[in-house]
Ligand binder design. Structure first.
Ligand SMILES: [Zn+2]
Length: 169
């Protein structure tokens, strides 16, 4: 019995049906459980076979339009599919996918899209966001006088010219 750990060398691309078909990517890792004792060369071979099968399994999920946010919960289905494919080429082993993790860059893109969607679905939040943006730009609720020393302040400066107090709202 041999255990071989594997992890994708490059993130695997996925077209997210739940986010306007945005391209996202995932890293996949896990273990291959081989029934017999094998040498290093065989381990490498079987590892590369599994790695080459992962994009195929991903494309199957894509064909079914599996939501990108659901992929991380599909380790066991992915394990079964990979094990099945290995058996098809005569390998006596099982794959145990330990994790399907969205790439950091993709995570940022999806978070941004989720946020945009919440705002689009909720005009009240959009209004608050707009006010915040205006406040950040210094166009509303800006003090005309320094709250600390009372010196009149201009429309754009971030700090009082007299005492240096921040003028943020
Ligand atoms: Zn001041």
């Amino acid at each position: 019995m041999t255990d071989v750990k594997f992890g994708t060398l490059e993130p695997i691309r996925y077209i997210a049906p739940d986010f306007d078909n945005t391209m996202v990517s995932y890293n996949v890792y896990g273990t291959i459980l081989i029934e017999q004792d094998v040498d290093g060369a065989f381990k490498e071979r079987i590892k590369s076979e599994v790695l080459s099968m992962i994009p195929i399994v991903f494309s199957e999920f894509n064909a079914r339009e599996v939501k990108c946010l659901e992929l991380p919960a599909m380790c066991s289905e992915m394990s079964n599919k990979l094990s099945e494919r290995l058996r098809e080429i005569g390998r006596k082993c099982n794959v145990n996918v330990g994790g399907v993790v969205m790439d950091d860059e993709s995570k940022k893109i999806i978070e941004e899209k989720q946020r945009a969607k919440i705002i689009a679905d909720n005009p009240a939040i959009a209004q608050v966001e707009q006010i915040r943006a205006m406040q950040a730009a210094g166009t509303v609720n800006r003090p005309k006088f320094c709250p600390n020393c009372g010196t009149p302040v201009g429309p754009t400066g971030k700090f009082c010219g007299n005492c240096g107090s921040p003028l943020g709202v």
